[in-house]
Design a protein around this ligand. Structure first.
Ligand code: ZN
Length: 239
């Protein structure tokens, strides 16, 4: 079988279109965006450059980072051009249109955030980011800039589902606060959704897809893939 055959190259967050925000997660049919350490292949670098170019002149910059399963969320201004890859961060926020931001995922959940007035962000949340409450961290940073959670729409992109994600007792306790003596299944998107709603986010939507169940469509770390899809968001300047 030819992986990705007949599959659209992007899963688009259609609910964000009315906010003037472009948001999507790529599929196998697009490209492998994994950047091998320490030397990324020219092909992978070209995919990232093409990703930025696909936005055209309205979005002249693309922010990304080497991800470390932490909770650092970088805030981006609009005074630069091109593609940058920061060191050691798992989230990005921009308070004005014109900045694309991306995280790479393959089972971890891409968390998209947007408002109707040009604020956007994206987070990479595996179990560590979920246990560390990276969603709360991002919402705190928005609140510090006067952006109330009630104005924020959160979308949880394709990631591993509760049926596919089994964790040991220690991870389960860190995620839920409940002790157990055996392995348990956890639904990261359910936990992330809870965290967002607890904070006061008005609207939380979710992809119907699991990277593991839908492994023909998405890369899955647990299925043994080294490839990565990219989840991207950009608020578009108003014409
Ligand atoms: Zn699944």
């Amino acid at each position: 079988m030819n992986a990705g055959e007949g599959i659209p190259p992007r899963e688009i967050v259609t609910a964000f279109a009315e906010l003037g925000v472009t948001a999507f997660t790529t599929t196998r049919a697009d490209a492998d965006y994994a950047l091998a350490e320490p030397d990324a292949s020219p092909a992978a670098l070209a995919h990232w450059q093409a990703l930025l170019a696909s936005f055209g002149a309205a979005v002249p910059r693309l922010a990304s980072a080497r991800q470390v399963h932490g909770t650092r969320v970088i805030e981006h201004g609009g005074d630069w051009h091109g593609w940058v890859r920061h060191e050691g961060a798992d989230g990005h926020l921009a308070f004005a249109p014109g900045t694309a931001m991306a995280v790479t995922v393959a089972d971890c959940v891409p968390v998209f955030l947007a408002t109707a007035d040009g604020v956007a962000g994206i987070l990479h949340a595996g179990w560590r980011g979920t246990a560390g409450r990276i969603v709360t961290k991002a919402l705190d940073q928005l609140a510090a800039r006067g952006i109330d959670a009630a104005r924020v729409h959160v979308h949880l992109g394709p990631g591993i589902c509760g049926r596919c994600y089994e964790v040991g007792p220690d991870v389960f306790e860190q995620l839920t606060g409940w002790t157990t003596i055996r392995n348990r299944h956890v639904d990261l998107r359910a936990l992330l959704s809870e965290q967002a709603k607890e904070y006061g986010v008005a609207r939380v939507t979710s992809s119907p897809h699991c990277s593991r169940c839908d492994n023909d469509r998405f890369y899955s770390h647990r299925a043994g893939d080294s490839g990565r899809q990219v989840a991207v968001i950009a608020a578009l300047p108003r014409p």
